[in-house]
Design a protein around this ligand. Sequence first.
Ligand SMILES: Cc1cc2nc3c(=O)[nH]c(=O)nc-3n(C[C@H](O)[C@H](O)[C@H](O)COP(=O)(O)OP(=O)(O)OC[C@H]3O[C@@H](n4cnc5c(N)ncnc54)[C@H](O)[C@@H]3O)c2cc1C
Length: 550
Amino acid sequence: MDFDTIVVGAGTAGCLLANRLSADPSKRVLLLEAGGKDDYHWIHIPVGYLHCIGNPRTDWLYNTEAEPGLNGRQLRYPRGKVLGGSSSINGMIYMRGQSRDYEHWAALTGEDAWSWGQVLPLFKQHEDHWRLDAKGSADEAFRALHGHRGEWRVEKQRLRWDILDAFAAAAEQAGIARTEDFNGGNNEGVGYFEVSQRGGLRWNAAKAFLRPTCLGRPNFELWTGATVHRLKLRRDESGALRCEGAEVRTSHGMEQVRLAPGGELVLAAGAIGSPQILQCSGLGPAALLQSLGIAVQQDLPGVGQNLQDHLQIRAVYAVEGTRTLNTQAAHWWGKLGIGLQYLWSRSGPMSMAPSQLGAFTRSSPQLRWPDLEYHVQPLSLDAFGEPLHRFNAFTASVCNLNPGSRGSVNIRSGDPDQPPAIAPNYFSTEGDRRIAAKSLRLTRRIVAQPALAPFQPREVKPGPAYESDEELTRLAGEIATTIFHPVGTCKMGRAEDPLAVTDPQGRVRGVAGLRVADASLMPTITSGNTNAPTLMIAERIASWMLQQRA
Ligand SMILES: Cc1cc2nc3c(=O)[nH]c(=O)nc-3n(C[C@H](O)[C@H](O)[C@H](O)COP(=O)(O)OP(=O)(O)OC[C@H]3O[C@@H](n4cnc5c(N)ncnc54)[C@H](O)[C@@H]3O)c2cc1C
């Protein structure tokens, strides 16, 4: 059977693409997903991300290389391997980034369609914002920025914590104004995050875009447990290269899926999966491919390079006179109470996104835009996967939104089952190290404000003894970890950019019938969490594909 479109990866981008591209009943669309169905209960109960990360049922279980900037540590590098992809295991924060991110993409690519004014309608197109539910509860300015009745539900969190309210007040005392909306183009301010949930349950890309619409369409097929190993490429007499389909491993063994004449295959396998598939297919840096004995189909030096990620520096403060999740979940009766609260009202800690309170601010008053994001949590632990501390504490995690460090994703062999080498190269620039020290000092300044004084906060990590830039940077390397935002490994760009893997519309250079439409396409990381920008990318590329089909 031939397909007009084959989408590889049913994650954040892939589910939206499949929905839009199969809306025309005359076009046959196949969606391929390596992971299984999203029928695991912990995907849907928000706090279940703790059970999904590090679980082979839902996670690819990657690790980074030993990172010099993190004092030689390797990090766990979760990526969703299930229907919905990373949207099934992520922190659910809805964050578009800053308008300047998109102006920058437009300048870098020369394509004005990526500018803020032109992407805003795309964010709104699939949005279903809770504040627009009730008539009259949102003003015209809010309506101009947000969408209603789209597929992507955005809700207010169903909990609050005294310690987080106090942190918000302390941030205000330190000069960070309150905000009710982080998604208006400038996210500066402090407030509770809004989340991708519906009625206290996670809202992932599969629920939003596949069920029931897509799954009911006779022209649409979804294969789960289907891992794409390589692309099928053919060179015609004139030497032009075209993608004709893919080799896929399913429960029946290896299968070939084919594109109909003029069809397109869209890679939406994410910032790790998409470059891996390209490199395994002979599309990538020639030297890397030759060193592994892979025939070079097209030398694309940028495939797998330009990896960008946000690194969170997790400062921990012990507190007195209030309860945090650490002690609330320490005993069976506490857990029972939490469970009953969730069953009764779908609220409380089980409805909790990993980070509830957020703040965007500037590491230096000279900056025009916020370059730091705080994720504040009423809990603390030594590392994800470790138990919560037994004392009451909160974590103020801070990340540099615009890191200068660039890393890579490179296959180690032509075997698609071997995980690639992931080297984010954190803290590899002087600027990133300087901002790390500055951001820890800012955290201390916020925590020292009067609003937090009643809770007698005591710095547990990195520890009050450390003061100098050098000490703080080394300690940041000790306590920092990924905030799970890898992007940029198949970046789009201008023809004269040697590292651009695709043109500004996601078409892979030198290969007809092949696009990329996921987080790997971003030329630079957005100033915030990356799920909403990835949905927008998929919306944009789908609209171009539909126009070009017509
Ligand atoms: C733990 C975690 C927490 C996060 N928290 C947040 C948050 O709170 N807010 C936010 O905005 N962002 C968050 N993110 C980031 C956000 O989820 C991602 O940026 C976004 O999901 C990326 O979408 P994508 O479509 O590029 O990739 P994905 O959603 O990862 O989808 C890729 C899909 O392709 C499949 N695939 C890969 N290789 C193959 C292959 N060879 N064959 C077939 N299928 C394949 C994968 O299994 C997966 O389903 C988080 C991510 C993680 C992992």
